[in-house]
Design a protein around this ligand. Sequence first.
Ligand SMILES: NC(=O)c1ccc[n+]([C@@H]2O[C@H](COP(=O)([O-])OP(=O)(O)OC[C@H]3O[C@@H](n4cnc5c(N)ncnc54)[C@H](O)[C@@H]3O)[C@@H](O)[C@H]2O)c1
Ligand SMILES: [Zn+2]
Length: 396
Amino acid sequence: MNVSSLRLTNRFEIPFAYDVCFGQQVFAAGNPLLATELARVFATRLPVPTLVLLDAGLAAARPGLADQITAYAAAHAEVIDLRGKPVLFPGGEAAKDGMDVCLQAVAAMRQAGLCRQSCVLAIGGGAFQDAMGLAAALFHRGVRVVRLPSTVLAQNDSGVGVKNGVNLGGVKNLLGTFAPPALVINDLALLDALADRDWIAGSAEAFKVALIRDADFVRWLVANAGEIPRRNQAVMAELVARCASLHVQHIASAGDPFEYGSARPLDFGHWSAHKLESLTSFALRHGEAVAIGLALDLCYAVRLGFVPEAEATAVIAALHRAGLPVWSEWMLAEEAGQRVILTGIEEFREHLGGALHVTFPHPIGSKQEVGELHPSGMLAAIADLDRLRQRLESEA
Ligand SMILES: NC(=O)c1ccc[n+]([C@@H]2O[C@H](COP(=O)([O-])OP(=O)(O)OC[C@H]3O[C@@H](n4cnc5c(N)ncnc54)[C@H](O)[C@@H]3O)[C@@H](O)[C@H]2O)c1
Ligand SMILES: [Zn+2]
């Protein structure tokens, strides 16, 4: 046998499918949604060994929740084989500051005796989901995750998607995997416990995805922006559902769910957002940084001739009415004669793997990729945004 030119081709396909279900008060005694969905997803292994991982920030805001979960599991023992009480880990960016919390979650899975046929039920915000998702993806090479996202951002964006990750060495999401969840349940009642700041911040991702995919949704957001800081629940429910739906559609239909290519349409506005998050040592919430990034890239899109100035201004004013920031003093900071924010362009290029692909609305509701961001144009866009935000602030 001549093996010097042997080639073995290994080709297979694995279909991925998961549902995102919407509900209210998922752990209320008479609510069948979670038990029914778990019975469907884990039909061949019931009752499914289940470990509940709970965001400590959520648990603090909803003190009875852990007991309610335990009682719910006991009432549905034919479906849920609960392995101990819910285990709490920090939420927020602390959850994904290096591997510590992720590895603690792995230890909890081991302690609970989970195997590859088990279920990790992760209940928490986007950062918590990112860290727990990575832990579950690593444990025994992957145990299935059921997510109950508990923030606006996690319900309308991160929690319905296929990525996890933790930050390392100051680099956001340096370690992570693509790992579609087994099931996502958006319990809208969990959002009631959110601080105003997080309630508002998550709405930025709705503006983001609407601007590149759905002009009608942009008009709706502009019309309803003022209701967001008033905590109008019907408006938030529709915002979350429409935004989640656009994200799910994008992942399923755009042809690159695991991001092998360089284009990342869902990262519109994110090159500067990621930079602002790290410049502020995560004092800015992800959604807040995204709102600023969107405002800046809308100004740049005007200069590219992609979006009429009046339309960009109306959207930026709506972000402002929604209670989102559209400006950071970091836009003007300089180091060694260089505008610091612009180094985010190079970092984004590295993040994409060498070739820059930045998505802009063109026109609003549709997208276009751009292969270069010109520093002089971006500086001019920053100056445009500075003037606009001063006007918005003086009108307020
Ligand atoms: N994986 C992805 O595709 C993806 C996409 C977008 C964003 N993200 C990541 O998501 C993270 C941001 O997530 P986020 O905006 O959900 O914020 P977060 O996870 O940082 O949570 C904010 C705070 O709210 C607390 N909390 C969570 N749920 C609560 C509730 N119902 N009531 C009260 N407090 C609650 C948390 O403990 C935390 O202190 C960032 O790290 C970002 O990079 C990931
Ligand atoms: Zn984002």
